[in-house]
Design a protein around this ligand. Structure first.
Ligand SMILES: [Zn+2]
Length: 653
């Protein structure tokens, strides 16, 4: 039981197909490819990491009538460790007609999806592998070991057919030979697609050339000059209409970002999509403000419509099934979180999906603030449907676990809201995220990289937060007991947890709303650090009720009871006389002396956030010296044998 002096501060109807059941971005990744599996073993991964991929160049023939494709893929790389074999992945239904190593036809072997090319080159040397191939990628129905890296379907409301790719997490090899290892981003990529006249092919980066080949076919050449994960390379083919607008972020003065959308061209298609496309520039401007300039501003952002459930955040060219503002902002937000900063492991997919989900909140907060509460409530309701489950996980071959809607998306988004609450300074919160994105941009990261970065930039120890909310399972059920004493309030917060074996207690700032006679409501912020904490709130005015625990929904929690208890007075009556003890000097350079008049006492030293630094029990002398405190603000609490307590703030220099 603790008694802290607290600070008094003042302070969707979403489409049913996704938000209440599964997140749309999750749907795109899970439903279309239940059976997708990773093909490289751990040993093969080590071998594949003996070379570094620099560049993928795909030159493909595609139509919107089927998933059949043919063409040539080039993989440029460098040998980084001694090796005798280049390991790539390519699905068995893709038939190779010729493979060249550095321009010379070369032998190779294939075992299931593994493609092995013998090589005799020294460390540091570069190589180019060219693969001529053709075939139909598998569907999840056709092949239990495949998925649907490429899909083809008719848009039911429009009537036109679309062919599109979704390679996440391990399905790129179903349509091009590649190295499916997250830590090896290619430095750049190019996708050239030849289609029958009348169709448009879209992909990453800039459309550098559109050539009418004069034989009934048109070739579209897209080039991406930024580092890219293998699963973010895309191709989409349909009878599109191009619809362009421009974003003007304040951090791109005098310039603009092209927003190049490919939507369905008939009247119904245009009316459905144009209004949503027109929102994209201000969303890009918003995220550029919060997260730093759109990372691919020298190329473009765009959306290609395809009849998939949800969306997929292909770099600079998102593929989405339905134009809805939370879907489009989620996928846009991925351009910073998941694309520019990729994930180094599927254990930490939160870094991509959690932040993209939180991007929905940021968009609503800025443009549709009346809708934020419903979004957070929906996240919390989903998380609270089960007692446990952590965001971080080790089941990295299980697509359903990686893209678990409840944990990766909704708990993932909710705890970023909690993190923002913990930092309690929006300009610091966003500045810290911006510097993280800048540091890890064009590269990959894990959750602990973010933790270390935020700790350095905010000065806050985030170990409890990550242990309890990211690695840990469960949520608190929070109850309050309180009593009003004049203009002061005595408050006791008790909480249990849903998974005490994982997280026995949560330590987190907690807000409480009090209603007052003759004054407006006030929200008080206290730091809970154990299953039971007591707080003495002074100068509250005439409080009539403790109306709400966590009124702003910062924390995933269940409501316990709120009880006004007139007998809850003992601690107030036994507060140590303020004149009976002294703490000096304050501020202190190295040593602090505490004196008191009463007999045996317990001294507790806490940091500015209420975290216990040191306890000195039963100090029988009436004077004590403390040294060795790091610089910072501390709370010294004295408690006497009969339970009386008092606190002082000190500054250690
Ligand atoms: Zn997503």
């Amino acid at each position: 039981m603790k008694l802290f002096l607290a600070f008094i501060t003042s302070f969707l109807s979403f489409i049913a197909w996704n938000q209440e059941v599964e997140h749309a971005c999750s749907e795109a990744k899970i439903h279309s490819k239940q059976n997708g599996i990773k093909t490289l073993t751990a040993v093969e991964e080590v071998k594949a990491n003996a070379y570094d991929v620099h560049y993928y160049s795909l030159d493909l023939n595609m139509t919107n009538q089927s998933t059949l494709l043919s063409g040539t893929a080039e993989i440029h790389g460098t040998i980084v460790q001694n090796l005798d074999t280049i390991l790539l992945e390519l699905f068995p239904t893709q038939v190779i007609s010729q493979l060249r190593l550095n321009g010379v036809p070369s032998t190779y072997s294939r075992v299931n999806s593994l493609l092995k090319i013998g090589i005799n080159q020294s460390v540091g040397s570069a190589f180019v592998i060219s693969v001529d191939y053709s075939g139909t990628p598998p569907t999840s129905v056709q092949n239990p070991f495949g998925g649907s890296g490429v899909s083809n379907a008719t848009v039911s409301t429009i009537g036109n057919k679309v062919t599109w790719t979704v390679s996440c997490p391990f399905l790129a090899h179903e349509w091009f030979p590649c190295k499916q290892i997250l830590r090896d981003k290619a430095d750049s990529s190019a996708v050239r697609i030849t289609v029958p006249n009348g169709l448009i092919a879209t992909s990453n980066g800039t459309l550098e050339q559109t050539e009418d080949l004069g034989n009934g076919f048109t070739r579209f050449t897209w080039k991406n000059h930024h580092p890219i994960l293998y699963y973010l390379i895309c191709a989409t083919v349909a009878p599109y209409t191009e619809y362009v607008n421009y974003a003007h972020p304040i951090n791109l003065p005098g310039d603009s970002i092209k927003v190049q959308n490919f939507i369905y061209g008939n009247a119904t298609g245009l009316s459905q999509a144009q209004a949503q496309c027109d929102l994209l520039p201000e969303f890009i401007e918003l995220y550029s403000d919060k997260f730093g300039l759109y990372p691919f501003s020298d190329e473009k952002y765009g959306i290609s419509l395809a009849p998939l459930s949800g969306g997929m955040e292909h770099q600079t060219m998102t593929t989405v099934g339905v134009m809805e503002k939370k879907i489009t902002t989620h996928e846009l937000c991925h351009q910073w979180w998941g694309d520019h900063v990729g994930i180094a492991s599927f254990s930490d997919v939160w870094l991509s999906e959690g932040f993209a989900t939180y991007g929905e909140y940021i968009m609503l907060e800025n443009f549709y603030p009346a809708e934020t509460a419903a979004l957070v409530n929906a996240w919390h309701s989903s998380v609270l449907t089960a007692a446990g489950g952590s965001i971080w996980h080790t089941d990295t071959l299980n697509i359903a676990r990686i893209y678990n809607s409840r944990l990766t998306y909704k708990k993932g988004g909710a705890i970023i809201h909690t993190l923002r609450h913990l930092i309690n300074n929006d300009s610091l919160f966003y500045a810290s995220l911006r510097s993280f994105l800048s540091t890890y941009g064009d590269n990959v990261a894990v959750g602990l990289d973010l933790k270390a970065h935020l700790e350095a930039s905010t000065g806050i120890d985030l170990t409890p937060f990550f242990e309890q909310w990211y690695f840990g399972e469960g949520y608190p059920t929070i109850s309050a007991r309180w009593n009003s004493i004049g203009s002061d309030v005595l408050l006791e917060i008790n909480h249990t947890t849903s998974m005490p074996t994982s997280v026995p207690y949560f330590s987190i700032p907690l807000e409480l709303r009090f209603t007052r006679n003759g004054l407006s409501d006030t929200i008080v912020r206290v730091n809970i650090t154990d299953n039971s904490d007591q707080f003495y709130l002074s100068g509250m005015g005439s409080v009539s009720a403790l109306s709400t625990i966590d009124p702003n929904n910062w924390i995933i929690n269940k409501n316990g009871t709120i009880v006004q208890d007139p007998t809850f007075t003992a601690a107030v009556e036994t507060i140590v006389d303020e004149d009976s003890w002294t703490v000096y000097p304050n501020p202190s350079l190295d040593e602090i002396t505490i004196t008191w008049k009463d007999g045996a006492c317990t001294l507790r030293i806490m940091d500015s956030r209420g975290q216990l630094v040191q306890t000195i029990d039963q100090a029988t002398e009436n004077q004590m010296k403390i040294s060795g405190l790091k610089s910072g603000v501390y709370i010294i609490e004295i408690s006497t044998a009969n339970g009386a307590r008092s606190q002082r703030r000190i500054l250690s220099l």
